[in-house]
Design a protein around this ligand. Sequence first.
Ligand code: NAD
Length: 421
Amino acid sequence: MSEFELYTGPLYQNALRRLDLAAETMKLDPNVAGRLKYPKRALVVSVPVRMDDGHIKVFTGYRVQHNMTLGPGKGGIRYHPAVTLSEIATFAMMMTLKCALFQLPLGGAKGGIRCNPHKMSRGEKQRMTRRFTSEISNLIGPDKDIPAPDIGTDEQVMAWMMDTYSQEVGFAIPGVVTGKPIVIGGTLGRTEATGRGVVYTIMEAAKHLNLNLDESTTVVVQGFGNVGSSAARKMAKIGCRITAISDENGGIYNAKGLNLEKVHAHLQEKKALMGFSEADAVSNEALLELPCDVLIPAAVEEQITIKNAHKIQCKILAEGANIPTTFEADQVLFDRGIFVIPDILANAGGVTVSYFEWVQGLQKYFWTEKEVNTKLFEIMSTTFQKVLEIQKQYKCNMRIAAIIGALQQLGRAMLVRGFYP
Ligand code: NAD
């Protein structure tokens, strides 16, 4: 795909099909639906970085703002070798929908750099982050567009972004990013927020389906990064049995349940899950098809497709990752009675606590972790119930219901603001 084929990437096309289906189902104003098919703006930047061996390598970076009707853009920064403009534009659209569904006063944006952060030194990553921030600095800002962590980035990357932006302005502007370290204005509970939010929606789904969440409940998690590991730990804490987890190199499986403390110790030492002595190896493909009650894809997009949707064996599929399921797979899962908690609902804990971080920063008044988690639980469960109601009203699946919930909010705001000029 050529760099500028913004609207033809398969992921973007899939997102458009879902948007169209939701718009048709709810009979959304066609002018609103038409506008949402395109991002507001997209910036492509070259990021020259002096590598440790002295040569300059030029990376490509992106920041896309999809819609900012409800407030400043909000969305993560991804460092991954597969990052493309079209993919980033797709995630920016999803952020618009996620923020609108949760009634956050924020718009949708996303950014990223095509690179392999695992093959870069700390110094190289820092120099790349600083130059990228400088290149996009005219787009971002606490009232304009606020980046956060995503795949391959973390609170350290956010700290470098905040520092670079602040150096350019001349004084500290913590509100330019969220997901930053506590010591420079981050919030308690942000690191685990996405995984925690996933679990809150699973608890709501279990209630709705009359399922108990206890030691007989088996849970499989694909991707053991920020989202996957937090979700797994929280599911274990409420008493469920985590039977399989994975990273990009493959997974580990123990039908009796994995001891996550021991897994953590193994991971610290070996930097990979593979080789953990109290489990069998399992591929990422096979892991998704393991029998379980709850499946949490928390890695990358398009893992559940038309090829494996009929083999998925869970009762609840909670999408920790963004777009882990393709458009065609949705219908198969729905027909098979698998209860899907769609990404814009399941993984919104991250952006919600990012919003809390932004609010606390503006007020210069910080909450306790308990306060953060209580507020998160309230908003996750209320929004889950709202989506369930919409799903019953329109007799659609949970994904289309979630998009309808977002479009109801956004559509009203777009129409009342009107189209400029
Ligand atoms: P991360 O980089 O911390 O972790 C990603 C994990 O997935 C790692 O364990 C990695 O080894 C694994 N992985 C990568 N490629 C894989 C593959 N092909 N197969 C299996 N595993 C693979 O990233 P994260 O922040 O945990 O994000 C994971 C997903 O959650 C992404 O889709 C991201 O967009 C989404 N998400 C993240 C947040 C957040 O707050 N971090 C919020 C909402 C959604």
